[in-house]
Every structure is written in structure tokens, then in C-alpha cells.
Design a protein around this ligand. Structure first.
Ligand code: PXL
Length: 276
């Protein structure tokens, strides 16, 4: 296994199995030295818990970046997720353009929406601010809802291949070079991921277990990043991340008390086997 230093920028939701509490263990299991830059600290994620706390860490970012620069620290990949404010998106854009090694891979998950809706703290201004960040990514990892917000396309629950091709064309127009679009299913039993690279489109289809499990976008993006940085191809990384996410959902299914996330820890061994 190759050993790489990667930086992931997203929030710490203390409870709820998403963002950094998912990315850090998954990337570590994938054999990466994982450095973190917390975008905010919340008592829980915002998807179903009531009365959560939110401490925005935007103002800490420039000093952290400056310290890393003074120590000559560089990252072979930078992977961003849920960010805390519009001002922060600007800082993150600068980190993406200055803190990478020459061969750095920049992966952006525009974690801001799902099931046709923006997450609770975000608005249209935030979406506008996300567009240039997404355009600067080497690999963009949106779900269909995020792709619609970014591209101005109408959100649909059911669609055909031409709708998806149009979405990908719009994202390419925005400046996204390579896109892995998640949650694309053409039948009620199946879902999958569409991989778009230099105008070529491929599709990996798998069983649809449950609709909209919490935190699965973060599980997917972390496993994708781990697989890709292990030298897997774009398609294989998208497939490994999908198979791992499905396993996490299967291992959580049937436990009604576990509505807030997936038991991703129970399938880390499977992920490591897939990378071997
Ligand atoms: O999983 C995405 C996510 C990350 N971080 C926070 C969230 C959510 C989704 O709701 O609320 C704080």
C-alpha cells in the first residue's frame, strides 16, 4: 500500500456519523496519513437532530494555513466536504490552490443538499459561492440534488439517461473536469454512480437498499478518495466506494434506533480487502 499525506476539510459533527468522524477512520483504514482541518464543530449533524450547536471555525483557517506554510507542509490530496460559511469557501479555494504537492489531487464533495433540498443552514448565496470551488476540483463528487443546484437544472425524482447526460454537460460547462455523480438509478430496485471523464460516461449499477440513509455521501466520498489515492482507476474507485457504502447500509438496515448514520466501522475490513 502506498503511504500518502492527505488533507480533508469538513466539519466535526460530534454525534451522527458523518463528515470528519467518518472520513478520518475510513482514510486511515485506506492507509493514508490523514490531516484534518475542521470547518465547524457541531454537537450533531443537522439532518434530524433538534437544537444542535454550531461553532464556525472560519476565522481559524488563515492562521492554520500560515503555520503549515511556515513548516513547508504539503498534501498529495485535498478532499473537501461540508463547509461552514461563504467566507470559508474562499479560504478553502486558496488552500486547494496553494497547499498541494505538484501532483496533488483535489477532490470536492459539495456536501450541501440531498433529496431535492439544501441542508438547513445553506441558501442560494452559498450555492453560488460553491460553484467556483467545484470548478477548481480535479474530481467533483455531487449527488443529483447538488448537481441540480450547481447547474441550475430542475430536480427530478425519476429521469432517463438524457436527463443525466444533460446534468453532466452542465457541470462540465461550470468547469468540472471529472465528475462522479452518485445516487443515479433508473429503476426502483437499482441505483448507481455515473463516472464522467473527458466527455466519456460510464455507469456502475448496484442494488438500492434504502432511500437516503444519513451520512452515506460522506462514507462514499471518503472511500472513493481512499481507493483513488491507493492507485485504483477512477471507475474502480467509484465501484469500490459504492460496494463499501452498500455494505455499510446493509449492516445498519433493520436497526430503527440507528436512523442518524450508517455503521461504517463494521465494514472497514471489507473495504481494506477490496483495496488489497
Ligand atoms: O453528511 C453531510 C453532513 C455533514 N455535516 C453536517 C450535516 C450533514 C448533513 O446533514 O448536517 C453538519
Amino acid at each position: 500500500m502506498s503511504y500518502k499525506k492527505i488533507l480533508t476539510i469538513q466539519d466535526i459533527s460530534c454525534v451522527g456519523q458523518c463528515s470528519l468522524t467518518v472520513a478520518l477512520p475510513i482514510l486511515s483504514a485506506c492507509g493514508m496519513e490523514t490531516c484534518i482541518l475542521p470547518s465547524a464543530v457541531l454537537s450533531s449533524h443537522t439532518g434530524g437532530f433538534q437544537g444542535y450547536t454550531f461553532r464556525d471555525l472560519t476565522d481559524d483557517m488563515p492562521a492554520i494555513q500560515k503555520h503549515w506554510q511556515s513548516e513547508n507542509i504539503r498534501f498529495q490530496a485535498i478532499y473537501t466536504g461540508y463547509l461552514g460559511s461563504i467566507k470559508q469557501i474562499e479560504y478553502v479555494k486558496d488552500i486547494l490552490s496553494t497547499m498541494g504537492t505538484d501532483d496533488c489531487v483535489r477532490i470536492v464533495d459539495p456536501a450541501m443538499a440531498d433529496n431535492g433540498k439544501l441542508y438547513s443552514i445553506f441558501d442560494e448565496k452559498y450555492v453560488e459561492a460553491m460553484k467556483p470551488l467545484c470548478a477548481s476540483a480535479d474530481i467533483l463528487l455531487p449527488n443529483i440534488t447538488e448537481a441540480c443546484y450547481l447547474s441550475g437544472a430542475e430536480y427530478r425524482e425519476t429521469y432517463d439517461e438524457s436527463y443525466i447526460t444533460d446534468l453532466l454537460d452542465r457541470l462540465a460547462e461550470l468547469g468540472a473536469k471529472t465528475v462522479v455523480l452518485t445516487g443515479v438509478g433508473y429503476t426502483p430496485e437499482k441505483t448507481g454512480v455515473v463516472i464522467y471523464e473527458n466527455g466519456n460516461v460510464s455507469y456502475y449499477e448496484h442494488n438500492r437498499i434504502a432511500k437516503g440513509s444519513h451520512g452515506t455521501g460522506d462514507v462514499y466520498a471518503s472511500a472513493f478518495t481512499g481507493a483513488y489515492m491507493n492507485g485504483k482507476s477512477l471507475f474502480d474507485s467509484a465501484k469500490i466506494a459504492a460496494d463499501y457504502t452498500v455494505k455499510c447500509i446493509e449492516n445498519t438496515q433493520g436497526d430503527a434506533d440507528h436512523w442518524y448514520g450508517v455503521k461504517f466501522e463494521t465494514a472497514l475490513r471489507d473495504l481494506m480487502d477490496m483495496l488489497a
